[in-house]
Design a protein around this ligand. Structure first.
Ligand SMILES: Nc1ncnc2c1ncn2[C@@H]1O[C@H](COP(=O)(O)OS(=O)(=O)O)[C@@H](OP(=O)(O)O)[C@H]1O
Length: 316
């Protein structure tokens, strides 16, 4: 639903209770009345800026380019977002709805409020909780090859723990220690992928996607190709603007390429590049090709299930 339609949750008394059970019976009736009140109020009151619940949420996937997507969407002056990740529907849920709304920027009718918290994608509770707040919320999911995603996830964790020397190699974490095996025998069958490790588990996209599709129709979900967001950002941003019900403003000229990291950056009119910070576009470790092919083999059938679910195909 386009922002400003008036169909938005407003000051419901003790709205936190909405999350305990899906709205039903009397509660549905109350919600309808509050929607009507807001419709009338928005017609009568001038279009003042105020904090509103998000119209759209970038729910993940972690390490797939969610920050780049949000920062690039800001090219559109009608898109407003809080700076930091809010993590309401996973970590901060007990802080209540008023806390959540307080984190949002002030917007006017016609503007789109959007937040991004990439851990929502693999959270068991987030989909249902978001639906309970607003079943019309637009869901945005950035995806990339789960093998690259796992390496990126590992790189982030190891950058935190490296100083303490706590992190084994990516290969050891992903498929166990190969040193006891003849390399020729060192395959998925002999070693097995450590599918319980978070970096691997998050990439089994269809398992998480199932929960989103149980709560939102596919038409309310927009999938962003995280690889194309790097190679052709203008196209991915325009498609997302359209999904948000906005006229696209992103153009290829708005982007340049970081000469060192080779990732796209925003380009201002004076030609200056504004790139993401040093925690984005990190240098990845070189991974043993045997481990890479083992992971590719592991993810192959899982990816297919995901493609079928979303009716969209990627070449991973
Ligand atoms: N424009 C641009 N600049 C820098 N990095 C970019 C960009 N577009 C996509 N990426 C890729 O995004 C990866 C980080 O993903 P997220 O922003 O989703 O990470 S996070 O989950 O919020 O921590 C990040 O992962 P790393 O390369 O491991 O740092 C990048 O591969």
């Amino acid at each position: 639903m386009v922002v400003g339609s008036g169909l938005r949750y407003i000051e419901l008394p003790r709205r936190d209770s909405l999350f305990l059970t899906p709205p039903s019976g009397l509660m549905k009736y109350k919600i309808l009345i509050f929607h009507l009140i807001e419709l009338i109020a928005s017609a009568a009151i001038p279009n003042t800026a105020k904090k509103r619940f998000p119209d759209a949420i970038i729910v993940g996937v972690k390490k797939s380019g969610t920050r780049a997507l949000l920062e690039f969407l800001r090219i559109n002056p009608l898109i407003k977002a809080p700076g930091p990740e809010v993590h309401f529907f996973d970590k901060n849920f007990n802080k209540g709805l008023e806390w959540y709304r307080e984190q949002m920027p002030e917007t006017r009718i016609g503007e789109v409020t959007i937040e991004k918290s990439p851990a929502y994608f693999h959270s068991k509770l987030a989909p249902e909780r978001i639906k309970s707040l607003n079943p019309n919320t637009k869901i945005i999911i950035v995806v990339r090859d789960p093998v690259t995603r796992a390496i990126s996830d590992y790189t982030q964790s190891s950058s935190k723990r490296k100083r303490m020397g706590l992190m084994p190699s990516f290969e050891t974490m992903a498929v166990g220690d190969c040193s006891n095996w003849l390399r020729a025998n060192c395959t998925t069958k002999t070693r097995g992928v450590n599918s319980g490790w978070g970096a691997i588990r998050i990439g089994v996209y269809h398992k998480h996607m199932k929960r989103w599709l149980e709560n939102f129709p596919l038409t309310n979900i927009h999938i962003v190709d995280g690889e194309r967001l790097i190679t052709n950002p203008a196209e991915e941003i325009s498609a997302t603007e359209k999904f948000l019900g906005l006229t696209p403003v992103a153009k290829p000229e708005d982007f340049g390429v970081d000469p060192i990291k080779k990732f796209p950056c925003l380009k201002s009119t004076d030609g200056k590049l504004h790139c993401l910070g040093k925690t984005k576009g990190r240098h990845h470790p070189e991974v043993d090709p045997l481990v890479l092919s083992t992971l590719k083999e592991f993810y192959g059938p899982e990816n297919k299930k995901f493609y079928q679910m979303i009716n969209q195909w990627f070449d991973w």
